[in-house]
Design a binder for this molecule. Structure first.
Ligand code: SF4
Length: 401
């Protein structure tokens, strides 16, 4: 069966056209690409074992995806053993329903950056159900105020220069905020501090999950994840099932490769969270709910991932670490930013969009804007063959499966 792609194509083409003429995108991306290239080159030179470690991680991701069912079961059991509560969400709707079931309504929620959150439109859904939700990552907060969407998976507001940030903040805070980055960071810090300590719920994603221990590894620089996951009485993790690897040691290897290709020698913080806070200080009796959250929930989200894992041509996309490196090398992304995307961006985002975030209607126009030049494969620590997958998607968009 073939599908009618016309409407989506026209909307998408208009958005690409507009983006390619936007001087802010051009300015921001030119700066970002040059900074990424020089920093990542310097970082890989400082830590020369990274390339070999990436090869090891490639193999372990491949094994993990082949054993996804078993690892999921083990990870869920580990979370429960740690006195957390684990859920499996088969699809988009059930993930949202589970989250809402835990949160309820009229709550204040502080949330860390999560591409899965974008995939599920989680913030919007919780707001529609009467909650006040704050994006605590600075870039995501800027987008929340602008009613905009991420333009890069690691640096979501990459397309917004400081002058525009100052305008948005001045309007929101009701006072003149100068186009000075340090001042812009300061006003958000002051505003958000009160939210962390009054919120009933903290939500985060996770970069990797270790099945043996139930440890969630969360990489960050701002410290917002520490506060969002440590201050409120309830912490909810939403994570895609492809993020699970067998052991804690392996999880740390995945984390190291991820942050290195995201251009960090070492990130500001690496959070390892495995359950609610606890203490054994009085008579060695373990008591849950010490200074951190009293309740800990993990929602493991499938939403098309196990289908992707079953298909030989596409399962490799699940190896993606979301380091964002490929986007800086992509000639189309360099001109259009995340407009070459629908939720997920760039060549790899085309595959993710097809399976988990919009289907072929949204992915097909992206497949035809990808040049299949292969520059992303050279940059990718997992050497994911995006051009081959995009070629297959193009065929399917015309001839069906
Ligand atoms: S496809 Fe590769 S380079 Fe791109 S985000 Fe994923 S792991 Fe990083």
């Amino acid at each position: 069966m073939t599908i009618d792609l016309r409407k989506d194509f026209v909307d998408y083409a208009k958005s690409l056209d507009k983006a390619s003429e936007d001087p802010n995108i051009k300015k921001a991306l030119t700066r970002a690409v040059s900074s990424y290239r020089s920093t990542v080159a310097e970082t890989l030179e400082r830590f020369p074992h990274t390339a070999e470690l990436a090869e090891e991680v490639r193999e372990l991701k491949s094994q993990s995806i082949a054993n996804l069912d078993k690892l999921l079961e083990q990870a869920m059991a580990s979370v429960e053993r740690n006195k957390g509560k684990a859920f499996y969400a088969k699809d988009h709707e059930s993930a949202l329903e589970i989250a809402l079931g835990i949160i309820g309504t009229n709550k204040t929620v502080v949330k860390g950056k999560s591409m899965l959150g974008e995939e599920l439109l989680l913030r919007e859904y919780l707001e529609e159900h009467g909650n006040e939700v704050w994006e605590t990552d600075l870039g995501e907060f800027i987008l929340q105020l602008r009613k905009d969407r991420p333009m890069h998976i690691v640096s979501p507001s990459i397309h917004v220069p400081r002058e525009q940030v100052a305008e948005v903040f001045s309007k929101f805070f009701g006072k003149e905020v100068p186009p000075d980055i340090a001042e812009e960071v300061k006003v958000v810090r002051e505003f958000m501090r009160e939210k962390y300590f009054t919120a009933e719920i903290g939500i985060s994603g996770a970069n990797v999950v270790a099945a043996d221990t139930g440890a969630m590894v969360i990489i960050e620089n701002e410290g917002n994840v520490r506060l969002s996951t440590g201050a409120p009485p309830v912490h909810i993790v939403i994570v895609g099932i492809e993020k699970i690897v067998p052991t804690f040691q392996e999880a740390m290897k995945v984390a190291e490769v991820t942050w290195r290709y995201a251009q960090y020698g070492i990130p500001g913080y690496v959070n390892i969270i495995s359950g609610p806070s606890k203490t054994g200080d009085i008579e060695k009796v373990t008591t849950y709910g010490a200074h951190g959250p009293k309740e800990f929930y993990v929602i493991f989200v499938d939403n098309g991932r196990s289908e992707m894992a079953k298909q030989e041509t596409f399962s490799e996309a699940l190896h993606c670490l979301r380091c964002g490196g490929c986007m800086y090398e992509c000639p189309v992304f360099q001109v259009t930013a995340g407009h070459f995307g629908h939720i997920y961006m760039g060549g790899i985002g085309t595959i993710w969009t097809a399976f988990v975030a919009g289907g072929m209607e949204k992915a097909a126009p992206m497949a035809y804007s990808c040049l299949r030049c292969g520059r992303c494969v050279e940059r990718c620590p997992m050497s994911i063959n995006v051009p081959a997958m995009v070629g297959e998607l193009r065929k399917r968009s015309i001839y069906g499966e």
